[in-house]
Design a protein around this ligand. Structure first.
Ligand code: FAD
Length: 479
């Protein structure tokens, strides 16, 4: 590798996967240059737009990302979307074809921009049903969902379908004292709506039992600790009586549920929540035919076989139906990644069912043959688009490091890369060829201006940050 030809890497997406892969590559390949493309004018993906506003400590990883971005070998290309995955008003799109021409390696780290649907009657017709993805985006100031305006005034009872940590985040936002949220970086529009919310009773409903549920103890503990919020006991027979035999994480989770189930809800308590197990959603209903507003959610009761205590237990419907009054419902059954529209054209394999780019398990984009993988030279993936939309930032980091390591391995072994025999010029070449001039391209220095403007706006109203919730307002800071 001649020194006058720096190894150039395009990273698509500026979430944890993009940054941790960049960190690994830049620290192990001297002189490697990384250009990071981001659809939005602002970086950090779900660290900014997913992680709950009352979890500021989780966002500390941003300091590491800022360190990475400070390197002269790093270029942030914000407000530039790769491929035509999204309708992108006020932003730029560059074709994947152009990216492929100007780099030695391309890393897809663009996360999961869609969500799974339940596919049950009433889901798209009735008012009052939201996806957790849009609700989370809304309270976190994501431009795409800034105008969601969820209606939390139709009644007292909310149903959340799904029992992962995102479901518990949504529940906490509905139950937490607005004055506590006020100090966080939650969007002001969300604060105003939550302050007027009538929701008092939150049910978090799952298909299976506590032993199979995806939430972790930290999130349960936070909910049970909320002042003036009661917890309804878990249905009997679902928590094993002998917890000693369980692995540590399960034991602690079951222990907190068992203990909290014994504490009666004190009188006069205003808000309460429950974990409702072994129920599959079947239908959303209005109070009478022709009415548009959601009034109830119908579930079918399940049994778990061979036993609710077996982690891999299977679900069987019993035919018994259960109705929960619901003036608002959230489906929180998972995020989903989509292929970029040009993938087919370049033979980049995508597993639609899992919503992941096919890869060799380490990070090389690859076709899976019967026996072995055939990698597409120079193409890599990391994060949620590589392994599916599960896992915390720490697991995304490990996964991105693995991708960084295969890039380094391929570089060191002189394995074939993209554009092996010509000098590539990265973003300079892309900018020229793709005529990126529709909207302002946001550099890292530009982002730092937006960042400090947001902090100033926050300080003026007693919080750390007040985000801009439209791309137009973000760009307006830059003049
Ligand atoms: P993302 O963070 O989604 O980043 C992808 C980036 O790519 C985005 O910025 C996106 O705009 C950009 N992009 C998309 N398409 C394109 C394109 N075509 N061109 C250019 N850019 C593009 N983890 C924790 O550890 N603690 C928590 O408390 C926590 N809370 C969470 C709460 C919610 C609601 C969610 C959804 C997740 C939470 N997580 C939490 C998990 C964590 O956010 C993920 O593990 C991590 O963000 C995944 O990283 P990623 O880089 O793969 O994707």
């Amino acid at each position: 590798h001649a020194s006058e030809r720096p190894y150039r890497v395009a990273v698509v997406g500026s979430g944890p996967a993009g940054f941790y892969t960049t960190y690994r590559v830049m620290s192990k390949i001297p002189g490697a240059k990384v250009d990071m493309y981001e659809t939005l004018p602002v970086p950090f993906g779900l660290v900014r737009f997913g992680v709950a506003p009352d979890h500021p400590e989780v966002k500390n990883c941003q300091e590491k990302f800022e360190e990475v971005a400070a390197s002269p070998d790093f270029t942030f290309v914000g407000n530039v979307s790769v491929g035509e995955q999204r309708d992108h008003p006020n932003g730029n799109t560059v074709p994947l074809a152009t990216i492929l021409q100007h780099y030695n390696a391309v890393v897809f780290a663009y996360g999961s921009s869609q969500d799974k649907k339940l596919g049950i009657p009433g889901e798209s017709a009735l008012r009052g049903i939201y996806s957790a993805r849009e609700f989370v985006g809304w309270y976190n100031g994501l431009p795409e969902h800034a105008n969601l305006a969820p209606d939390l005034t139709q009644g007292d009872e909310a149903v959340i379908i799904g029992q992962g940590n995102v479901a518990l985040d949504v529940a906490r936002m509905l139950l937490e004292d607005v004055d506590v949220l006020r100090k966080s970086d939650i969007a002001e529009h969300a604060l105003a709506t939550l302050a007027k919310s009538r929701v008092k009773r939150v049910r978090i409903v799952g298909r299976r039992g506590p032993m199979q549920a995806a939430f972790t103890i930290k999130e349960v503990r936070e909910l049970v600790k909320l002042p003036d919020v009661g917890f309804h006991p878990v249905e009997q027979g679902l928590i094993p009586s002998d917890l000693q035999i369980l692995p540590r994480a399960d034991r602690r989770r079951m222990d907190i549920l068992r203990k909290e189930s014994l504490i009666p809800i004190s009188e006069g308590i205003k808000k309460s929540w429950s974990l409702d197990f072994c129920l599959s959603p079947k239908m959303f209903r209005a109070s009478y035919p022709g009415e548009q507003q959601l009034a109830s959610t119908i579930f079918e009761r399940n049994v778990l076989k061979p036993s609710p205590f077996v982690p891999e237990a299977s679900v069987y419907g019993t035919g018994e139906s259960v109705k929960f009054p619901s003036s608002v419902a959230f489906r929180s059954i998972g995020y989903k990644s989509a292929a970029l529209s040009e993938f087919a054209q370049f033979g980049i394999p995508f597993n639609k069912k899992l919503g992941i780019i096919k890869n060799d398990g380490r990070g090389r984009v690859a076709h899976d043959g019967d026996e072995h993988f055939s990698a597409l030279p120079g193409l890599y993936c990391a994060g949620w688009v590589k392994r599916g939309p599960t896992g915390v930032i720490a697991s995304t980091m490990e996964d991105a490091f693995a991708t960084g390591d295969v890039i380094v391995e391929d570089y060191a072994s002189n394995a074939q890369s993209l554009n092996d025999h010509q000098k590539v010029s990265g973003w300079e070449g892309v900018k020229r060829d793709a005529k990126v001039n529709k909207a302002r391209v946001v550099s890292w220095a530009d982002w730092q201006k937006i960042d400090s403007a947001e902090r100033q706006r926050g300080q003026a109203i007693g919080k750390g940050r007040e985000k801009f919730t439209s791309i137009k307002d973000m760009l307006a800071v830059l003049g």
